[in-house]
Design a binder for this molecule. Structure first.
Ligand SMILES: [Fe+2]
Ligand SMILES: [Fe+2]
Length: 360
């Protein structure tokens, strides 16, 4: 055995699922001294060969999730946007529509770039491949926004949607904060930094997209931009599988001792999302306002915390103020319920494939 591989072996000798190796290292691209035995398999800091050896899998939830992610497969260009009329929106709706797109574009851009950085440290192949599927989906989402922009937005406004962060200080600060958390880990890859990245990612996938999504459903409920909203629904379904993926990774990795700083990060994420929703949605949009956005964000945050076995931190937000919109968008897996604003049969089949998207 070479000197290098002995050092590597020593770095990966622990057998618990916690991250304990003092040198926090990426998985080797090919690790001939490793093993694919299930008894040795670990999510992080394991000693696998790095082959995608799926004859046996340790993390059964990953196989189930893979099936769901495959069933969700879609491409934006198969969704017609011909009936969407941007010119019929009010000036406030137009501003909110384009502003939300600006932020969603940022989120999916950074996910496309950053999820592989997380995958680099995963040593269970059945989980690592899910992050590859997720990365592909994030790129599809980014492409979807361009497809919506090209199809419904006047030419003179298109570049401005991508460039909004240059002039919108609130958007710029937010983008910088989100990217900063991920960049800090890339610049100094420590065990604690990786854990922070997992939570930052969970909050991004589980909180940051959702006020924006609800705005699209609201428009669709009013008979506007139904094509774009259908695409948002497809993105939403993917994002919920990403929340599930990170929930599992976190559950396998975290201990009680992590709770305090996870709560601190969650509060910060909520404050930022609320400030953003107040800025971009505010009290100008019929059917959503500052109060409902704040209530919804806190409601979601509680749900995300409970999912990783941390008690809720916000009181009086048990009800989901946008449940009616989610129901009409069929985000709860009932099929196309009466009054739903999408009529495609695909949504019925896909949502039933996992027994309800709100269950994650
Ligand atoms: Fe995405
Ligand atoms: Fe995502």
């Amino acid at each position: 055995m070479s000197e290098t591989s002995i050092i590597d072996q020593q770095a990966f000798t622990n057998t618990s699922t916690q991250i304990e190796n003092p040198e926090f290292k990426k998985a080797r691209l090919f690790n001939p001294d490793g093993t694919d035995e299930l008894t040795e398999r670990k999510l992080i800091g394991g000693n696998s060969t790095n082959l995608i050896q799926l004859n046996n899998t340790k993390y059964k939830w990953a196989t189930k999730l893979k099936t769901t992610m495959y069933a969700n497969f879609w491409i934006p260009q198969k969704n017609s946007l011909q009936s969407d009329r941007f010119d019929l929106l009010t000036e406030d709706q137009k501003e909110t529509f384009t502003g939300i797109l600006s932020f969603l574009i940022f989120l999916d851009s950074i996910q496309t770039a950053n999820v592989p950085n997380i995958a680099d440290y995963i040593t269970a192949p059945e989980v690592k491949m899910l992050l590859a599927i997720q990365t592909f989906q994030e790129a599809i989402h980014a492409d979807s926004y361009q497809y919506i922009i090209e199809s419904v937005i006047p030419r003179e406004l298109r570049n401005g949607i991508y460039d909004r962060w240059r002039d919108d200080k609130i958007l710029f600060e937010r983008n910088k904060f989100i990217a900063g958390e991920f960049q800090a880990f890339l610049d100094n890859p420590t065990e604690q930094g990786f854990k922070r990245v997992l939570i930052a990612n969970y909050l991004l996938e589980g909180l940051y997209f959702y006020n924006g999504f609800q705005f699209f459903y609201l428009l669709a409920a009013q008979g506007a931009m139904t094509g774009a909203s259908r695409i948002i629904k497809l993105i939403n379904k993917d994002e919920l599988t990403h929340v599930t993926l990170f929930r599992h990774i976190i559950s396998e990795t975290f201990t009680e001792a992590d709770h305090d700083w996870v709560i601190e990060m969650t509060k910060k994420a909520v404050d930022q999302e609320v400030a953003w929703a107040h800025h971009i949605i505010g009290d100008r949009i019929l059917g959503m306002d500052k109060k409902s956005c704040e209530h919804y964000t806190k409601h979601l945050a509680n749900r995300r915390l409970v999912a990783i076995k941390i008690d809720p931190i916000y009181e009086g937000v048990e009800e989901n103020p946008y449940r009616h919109l989610e129901e009409r968008a069929d985000m709860h897996g009932e099929g196309n319920a009466k009054g739903g604003f999408f009529t495609d049969s695909a949504s019925y089949n896909q949502s039933n494939a996992v027994g309800g998207f709100d269950k994650f």
